[in-house]
Design a protein around this ligand. Sequence first.
Ligand code: 5RP
Length: 241
Amino acid sequence: MGAATHTQDELKAMAARAALAYVEPGQVIGVGTGSTVNHFLDALAQSGLDVRGAVSSSEASSQRLRALGIAVHDSNAVADLSVYIDGADEIDGSGCMIKGGGAALTREKIVAALARRFICVADQSKQVQVLGRFALPVEVIPMAAAHIGRRFAAGVCGTSGRAVLREGPEGPLVTDNGQHLLDVHGLQITDPLAFEQTVNQWPGVVTVGVFAQHRASVCLLATQDGVQTLNFEAGPPSADC
Ligand code: 5RP
């Protein structure tokens, strides 16, 4: 009989449980959005770890936190966070990520910026050599969407892609911030930091879903053989000046 294999959801839960080791009682922590984070929140509630609360990156995570009896703090009331725990749609070999599959990329980047360490929780399917197989989410001011789409088609940092407006239940999806989302297909992002900085300059871009400046400090990557800890803290410094 072959070895039992874990489903993707079981792998997500394994990575999420491993993140409890990065949380200390009495802390206010940053929490992201998505199914892996939901596993983390469930594990946190069951662990008995008495955190002071969380700064959340989405309405969905805030609701789940409150339902689990964990206080949600206003990001403006917190000077910094020791840790931010979130998933990713893709992560490369230097801890740069694509995020925003759950449409929460803008608040995710804000909470990540408040945190000293970004602990990424992911299953092995998220690991890539080059970012871009997952369509890149870009939150945009609605009146700029078509123009930004044309700029991706024309090319940026040596790659180009096809932007598609993300649909919601009743027309274009509206984010928690009242904006629209483009998903850009076909990119190959070989220099994530330059790409992020360039697209950030385009008028009408609210947030690009490349997390290079605020890349993962650590990735807890769940594989069929267990959870690997990938440490990126010794990597090149961010371009913050
Ligand atoms: C939400 C995100 C999520 O972290 C990303 O989509 C991964 O989600 P999941 O844990 O459900 O696979 O960026 O905006």
